[in-house]
Design a protein around this ligand. Structure first.
Ligand SMILES: [Ca+2]
Length: 165
């Protein structure tokens, strides 16, 4: 199991539920205010990286939580629980030489995309903690990986968003 934490950025005007249109929804209090939050260039996402406590304490994790970060970003609509649909291309391919999660819950290292069309996206990736991926892009035993349906974020036109994946 891997990190599913998501920093959700609500689209302006999006509200939880319907019906009670005269009261403020308490649900809004857990959503970052996209009207005031902007990170990085417009139409981009800045990713930080993390792992769950489950991963951190997993018996399958035999290497320090530090290594090369490899991943891809897809439109959410192009991904099912088993992964990207056949023939779908990623819109970006995050890569960092080193992400160090040994002593922190969230990486100091970040990756910022280029401009992306407004949409909801998923980050799929892994940390090559045993340093054996070479030029490949596949995790092997012991590499923390993301789940196919977690780590979503939404690009809001004119804003930069941040997500922890
Ligand atoms: Ca590996």
């Amino acid at each position: 199991m891997t990190r599913t934490l998501l920093l959700a950025l609500a689209l302006g005007g999006c509200t939880a539920g319907g019906g009670d249109d005269t009261t403020d929804s308490d649900a809004d209090t857990e959503v970052v205010d996209s009207d005031t939050t902007s990170v990085g260039p417009a139409d981009t996402v800045t990713l930080s990286f993390s792992v769950s406590e489950g991963v951190r304490h997993s018996t399958q994790l035999v290497d320090p939580l530090m290594g090369e970060l490899l991943g891809s970003i897809y439109r959410q609509a192009d991904v099912s629980v088993t992964g990207p649909h056949d023939g779908v291309d990623s819109v970006a391919d995050p890569h960092l030489d080193v992400v160090d999660l040994r002593d922190v819950d969230m990486s100091a290292e970040t990756w910022t995309s280029g401009p992306l069309p407004p949409d909801t996206y998923l980050f799929l990736g892994f940390l090559d903690v045993d340093g054996n991926s070479g030029d490949g892009d596949s995790p092997d035993a012991g590499d923390p990986v993301t789940l196919a349906t977690s780590n979503a974020f939404t690009i809001v036109e004119g804003k930069g968003v941040a997500a922890v994946v």
